[in-house]
Design a protein around this ligand. Sequence first.
Ligand SMILES: Nc1ncnc2c1ncn2[C@@H]1O[C@H](COP(=O)(O)OP(=O)(O)OP(=O)(O)O)[C@@H](O)[C@H]1O
Ligand SMILES: [Mg+2]
Length: 219
Amino acid sequence: MLKAEGIVKSYGNLKVLKSIDIFIEKGRVISIVGASGAGKSTLLHILGTLDRPDQGKVFLDGIDVTNLRNNDLAQYRNKNIGFIFQFHNLLPEFTALENICIPAFLSGNKNDKAIRARGEELLKLLGILERKDHKPAEMSGGEQQRTAVARALMNNPAIIFADEPSGNLDSKTAEGLHQLFFDLRRDLNQTFVIVTHNQELAAMADQKLEIKDGMIINH
Ligand SMILES: Nc1ncnc2c1ncn2[C@@H]1O[C@H](COP(=O)(O)OP(=O)(O)OP(=O)(O)O)[C@@H](O)[C@H]1O
Ligand SMILES: [Mg+2]
């Protein structure tokens, strides 16, 4: 599903990632942990094609994404990769349903009715269908994050990357979100790579990767 080989990334003199190799199978929930500034977001962005490594390669489903040009990459990313961030990044002017549908419209799908039906199906799956006409400011933090999860799922991505998805939630809401990831893995065989400071989530994952001194420690 995902293979990264010899990933190196520096910012000026700061060597953030020294030589990272990762192999992730489909249907796995992987956690990435490490101290603040260790390079977790940097690695996640490189694996998720939002950033490029100085050296090394990333393969997603056998495709060398480090070799794709920016235009092809944007399209590839929209179709195959989902993202969930610490601060949901939902568009404030749009309702939950509209936010969820945006990736489908961006992929060039013009079937408005089918897209909205898929959006509603996802909202239902995540238990927030009754919030479909709410804008982000009219939802709780947990509902906003569920909406962000639904948006990430919209285009049936091969893999979802999450950067501290529960960092902004109280512990009970966070627990609900974490359970949701495992439910989606069980029901959809969805693959997740999750950066987290949450020890419980890190421990629940199938594989826990720690970044330390620019290297990966496999727990
Ligand atoms: N665009 C950039 N330019 C220069 N330095 C950067 C840039 N992005 C990140 N860094 C530095 O690289 C290091 C790794 O940053 P990164 O955001 O990956 O850390 P992190 O592990 O995600 O930390 P946190 O847990 O605080 O989110 C940090 O020291 C940071 O200051
Ligand atoms: Mg970070």
